[in-house]
Structures are given as structure tokens and as C-alpha cells.
Write a protein that binds this ligand. Sequence first.
Ligand code: NI
Length: 193
Amino acid sequence: MRKALLATAAILLAAAPLAACNRQDGASAARSRVKIGGPFNLVDMNGKPVTEQSLLGKPTAIFFGFTYCPEVCPTTLTDLTALLKMLGPDADKLNVVFVSVDPERDTPEQLRTYLSNFDPRIQGFTGTPETVAKAAKAYRVYYQKVPQDGGGYTIDHSSSIYLFDAKGQFVTPIAYQSPPDRALTQLRALLAR
Ligand code: NI
């Protein structure tokens, strides 16, 4: 019980500065104190190992979700697909990554099939429950399995897209369902860095 309470407190502490990050104003003091991003060991849609090093050299837009997600993930992926189209050829200068928080169901093949519905430049990463948990922790991403009536489960998860520069430094989040013109401005600013 005590352990659970401590874990909850830790999640709340981690989540609080993120909530501040989602405000639409500029850099906040809260953001600078929280390190978002870090080492991870996952696999891509072909089962090939990927780490945080794999993303260096290009700016990155990354978010965490799962292919069975009923709403947030397909909405975000649809928005990203539209944004990449609006960016035109510049979209090739960006890594766009969807990291599964449901490694039990999201095999590389499942990710490949699911992501074929969206812009082909969107990469999918997955792993084991342990390696995914480690990656989510590094990115301050919250996720929690929620059992469903009649068996099965869904997963509550953080919904922001995080933007990183080509050196892997966190820049800013794009909030869920951010207006497209605002998100486009953020992505163009990222590419111009
Ligand atoms: Ni989702």
C-alpha cells in the first residue's frame, strides 16, 4: 500500500511539470528543470534494434501510444500525416516516431500493418514490457493498463507529441489536438534550428 502511494506520488511529481509544458506560452521554469528524453533500447517495425542514438542528426517528433487505441493515437497519427504533407519535402528532414506502450500486442509486424494507414515516414518502435517501461520513464510518459468489461484491456497514456532537436535535446511539446497552423509553426521552427 505504502509502495503504491509512493509510486502515485512519483507519477504526480513527474506529471506536474509536464502539465505546465503544455501551456502555449514559451519556455517555463518548470520545463527547464525536467529532463525529457534519454537512453532507450527498442526495436523498429522490422525488429531491428534502435536507440536514442538512432534519432540523432535530424530533429524528432515522438509520441507514445498503442495500435489498439480507439481515439487519441489514430487522431494524432492522422494529424501528423496531414502536417507532414503540409511540410512538403522538408518533412524528410524530420524523424517521426510512434512508440508503443503496448508491447504485448504491438509486435513489429502489428506496428507495420497499423502504420501503413498513415504517412510512410512515421516509424514505429516497440520492445519488451521492460524496455518500453524504461523508454517511457526517460520521456516522462505516463501509461496505465485499464481492464475492460468482458476481458481485454485498454491503456491510458500521455498524449503530447514531444519535439527534439537534431542533438537529442528536448525543445517543446505539441499538445493533443493542437490547431494545425500552430503545430505546423512549431515543426517549421524545429526544422529551422
Ligand atoms: Ni492512444
